[in-house]
Design a protein around this ligand. Structure first.
Ligand code: PTJ
Length: 248
């Protein structure tokens, strides 16, 4: 679909088109389209822009990823469709490994996602070879199967657009969890160590830039970050925007 640049919601419609293309190419599942719709609604409520609160979370996430011994970016269908290039670049900038981990598991879809990432410059992709599969306990979904050299051994895991159960399981497994979730009230958002309440398509670019710009002082000082406090601020932004709309 040709979206006129002057359309008031052009950016949001372009993101939607990217996801639909990802669905047609076999990266995204039907349920991923529903998840995106939920995300669009929350994006609207935060004003379709990266808030100051999200910038704060992005800085904390950048420090955690750069300081990690073994950081891993967990890739699902939606993330692969929306941020193919950014996944590869973030991996280069932070040294993070890339691991494909799907909720609606499918070997065929894993292969398509891996090809997409490789076409965009990814060298190593974990989560494909079952020889290295390990299981995370206390998790029923297909996401419990992880790579021995990736999520299983990681200290910091970036898990964008996630389901709550795995975040809880990863935390119990001793991992520091960073997530992107437009819904600040979701179980994932509430359970993660660092929640970036932003559209992953905007936030990933800012995260890459922030990692590149971190100073020695940032890394030494490690500014304090309170996820619960930050999430409350995101909820207040939504409340304020709703009130504004109701009074307009
Ligand atoms: O590819 P798979 O099989 O691993 O499946 C991926 C999906 C996304 C379908 C699966 O993880 C899922 O069902 O996720 P949920 O439980 O629907 O959660 C997705 C969360 O991401 C929701 O809280 C949405 O608000 C949020 N979300 C959706 N789109 C975006 C987003 N957050 C940030 N950026 C987005 N573009």
């Amino acid at each position: 679909m040709l979206i006129p640049k002057t359309h008031p919601r052009a950016a949001s419609l372009h993101i939607r088109e990217k996801l639909v293309q990802g669905f047609r190419d076999g990266l995204v599942v039907e349920e991923g389209l529903l998840a995106h719709g939920r995300g669009e609604m929350f994006d609207y409520l935060i004003g379709e822009k990266t808030t100051k609160t999200s910038h704060k979370a992005i800085k904390a996430a950048a420090i955690a990823l750069v300081m990690a011994k073994l950081p891993v970016i967990s890739v699902n269908g939606n993330l692969a469709a929306l941020c193919t290039k950014e996944i590869v670049e973030l991996s280069k900038v932070t040294g993070a490994k890339i691991e494909i981990n799907l909720f609606y598991a499918s070997e065929k879809r894993k292969k398509i996602i891996a090809q997409y990432l490789k076409k965009n410059g990814a060298k190593e992709i974990l989560g494909i070879d079952t020889k290295f599969s390990k299981s995370i306990t206390k998790l029923d979904s297909a996401r419990r199967i992880v790579d021995k050299c990736g999520i299983f051994s990681a200290d910091v895991v970036l898990v964008p657009l996630e389901d709550g159960d795995r975040t809880i399981a990863l935390k119990k497994f001793g991992k520091k969890v960073i997530t992107f979730d437009l819904n600040p009230m979701s179980r994932t958002a509430q359970t993660a160590d660092i929640t970036i309440v932003d559209n992953v398509i905007r936030g990933m670019k800012i995260l890459i830039d922030t990692c590149k710009k971190l100073s020695k002082e940032d890394l030494e000082k490690k500014p304090k970050f309170d996820n619960k406090k930050n999430l409350k601020k995101s909820i207040l932004i939504i409340r304020k925007n709703l009130r504004k709309m109701a009074n307009a």
